[in-house]
Design a protein around this ligand. Structure first.
Ligand SMILES: Nc1ncnc2c1ncn2[C@@H]1O[C@H](COP(=O)(O)OP(=O)(O)OP(=O)(O)O)[C@@H](O)[C@H]1O
Length: 297
């Protein structure tokens, strides 16, 4: 499998703030990645370094095998869609579509026009007159029709309604099936995108907490509920990422697949076992009660 992005010990500091702190990971060709984490975790800073919008403080960063800064060969193959994209004042929707081929060699105008219809975008309206959701939709059209080998969406759907978000997910999957490329989705709507993601990266306070195939994660955590006295011995030796006591009961989230023997024992102890969604997992890992770092050691 071809590596598209390779970062090693990457850091970005702003004075005392370690926005990104010694992060290492690889992005492979033809996969959809989720870059997840709380506000201020460092996701945008990573994406800005990948797309050469800011300089790193230290570490190694290779995109398509090269440093991206002032590297047209690399930047030509990237499309970065961010929530706060600015457009020239006079630009209409159709002007945005007209300049795209200059930036994106794989631009598909017919696909873009079909998406404009799907999202009900007014081609002749000025960008500054669009609603917040419509602005997001333009970003999505550009991101999808660019067919860039590395396409990055940073919270692309501010203001987009549920119908349009679903349309985005459907079109993304459909087009990705036909034209596989590397896609990075950074979002807080984890439940909505969790079925789309093939690999998950979780960032917290500038550090990489999790770097795992989505398939491995699914079913790799369980919620266990039962009487505190019964559950504690069961939890012993397991990777507990969250504990929530209520009354005499305890609800605990455990990382790692439970064995048949575990399940039998849980049943004997009267413990209930339930699934954990990706969103719950991320919340537990990065929440104030999360003790993932402790178990990760
Ligand atoms: N130019 C800057 N100067 C100083 N601090 C900055 C700057 N840019 C980012 N930071 C800080 O770096 C940290 C990471 O910010 P970043 O925007 O990467 O987070 P994020 O994960 O994208 O958050 P969100 O989900 O809210 O968009 C934050 O503490 C932020 O305040």
């Amino acid at each position: 499998m071809t590596t598209i992005v390779e970062i090693n010990g990457l850091s970005k500091h702003y004075g005392n703030v370690k926005a990104v702190d010694n992060v290492s990971f690889k992005l492979e060709e033809g996969k959809i990645y989720g870059l997840l984490g709380r506000n201020g975790a460092g996701k945008t800073t990573i994406m800005h370094m990948l797309t050469a919008q800011i300089f790193k403080t230290s570490g190694e960063l290779k995109v398509f095998g090269e440093e991206p800064i002032e590297n047209e060969k690399v930047l030509n193959r990237i499309c970065f869609i961010k929530e706060s994209q600015k457009y020239p004042d006079a630009f209409r929707v159709k002007d945005v579509l007209n300049v795209c081929p200059l930036f994106f060699p794989n631009w598909d105008r017919e696909f873009a026009l079909a998406l404009v219809e799907d999202f009900r975008l007014p081609l002749k309206r000025r960008m500054k007159k669009l609603s917040r959701g419509m602005l997001s939709a333009v970003g999505i059209v550009v991101g999808l029709a660019s067919r860039a080998p590395l396409t990055i969406f940073d919270e692309p759907y501010l203001g987009l309604d549920a119908v349009s978000r679903n349309l985005f997910y459907d079109k993304l999957l459909e087009d990705y099936g036909e034209y596989p490329r590397t896609i990075v989705l950074s979002t807080h709507l984890i439940d909505e995108v969790s079925q789309l993601l093939e690999h998950v990266l979780v960032i917290d306070a500038g550090k990489l907490l999790l770097n795992e195939e989505a398939e491995t994660l699914r079913g790799n955590a369980s919620n266990i509920v039962g009487a505190a006295a019964q559950i504690e011995p069961f939890l012993s030796g397991k990777k507990v990422i969250h504990r929530a006591p209520f009354g005499g009961l305890l609800s605990a989230t455990v990382l790692g697949r439970l064995s048949e023997q575990d399940r039998k024992r849980a049943a004997e102890l009267g413990l209930e076992i339930g699934p954990v969604s990706l969103q719950q997992m991320v919340v537990h890992m990065t929440g104030s009660n999360g003790n993932y770092e402790e178990v990760a050691k």
